[in-house]
Design a protein around this ligand. Structure first.
Ligand SMILES: [Zn+2]
Length: 196
């Protein structure tokens, strides 16, 4: 959430919200910039897991995160599908924007109950999540390479978004106006025709 790590000459003067410098022997520093103070740094002994990381679910881009895994997770729950894929005990790193986009690509409504999700839909959803994240990484990479500003915009502003932030506008696939619903304080945007 708007925090940044940058490699800079260690002599470069600090900006507001630069909180930590890890200085290397080659004269460079890894500088941690965090205006909103959501981040933290921890010094951890080798081969131990910090308590904040102990209960995390799978990384979304590894092979173990597949349709079977997601399908199994949906069987035990009464939650909505969108809450499930944003639950870091199931899978990490999927924020509201990515969840909205992945659900659109998979043709699944955000408010669907987990127990009603089919195996085929689970597989489609996992594929969509991986595609959205890979696209975001590519877009973020572009931003980082030509980053100069004090508060440069992060990658997802450069992504072509299908639904997020487009409530009431026509669906890019079928032109039906997109609907907005709110669940657990998060806005979800979906197409009533393309998503079931
Ligand atoms: Zn549509």
């Amino acid at each position: 959430m708007s925090g940044r790590l940058r490699v800079l000459p260690a002599t470069q003067s600090h900006e507001k919200h630069d909180h930590v410098d890890l200085v290397f022997r080659n004269g460079k520093t890894l500088r941690y910039h965090d205006p909103r103070r959501f981040g933290s740094m921890h010094w951890q002994p080798e081969n131990t897991v910090h308590w904040t990381l102990q209960n995390l679910g799978l990384e979304p881009l590894i092979d173990e995160f597949d349709g079977d895994y997601l399908f199994k997770q949906t069987r035990k729950r009464t939650a909505r599908v969108k809450s499930l894929i944003m639950n870091s005990q199931i899978v990490v790193g999927i924020g509201n924007i990515y969840a909205n986009e992945a659900l659109f690509l998979a043709g699944v409504r955000p408010q669907r109950k987990c127990a009603n999700l089919t195996r085929a839909e689970s597989i489609r959803l996992v594929t969509a999540i991986k595609n959205v994240l890979e696209e975001a990484i590519k877009a973020g990479g572009t931003t980082l390479r030509d980053y100069f500003g004090v508060d440069g915009e992060t990658g997802y502003f450069k992504m072509a978004l299908h639904v997020y932030g487009r409530g009431g506008e026509p669906c890019l696939r079928c032109t039906t106006p997109l609907k907005t619903v709110k669940n657990s304080q998060r806005q979800s945007v979906y197409c009533p025709m393309c998503q079931h």
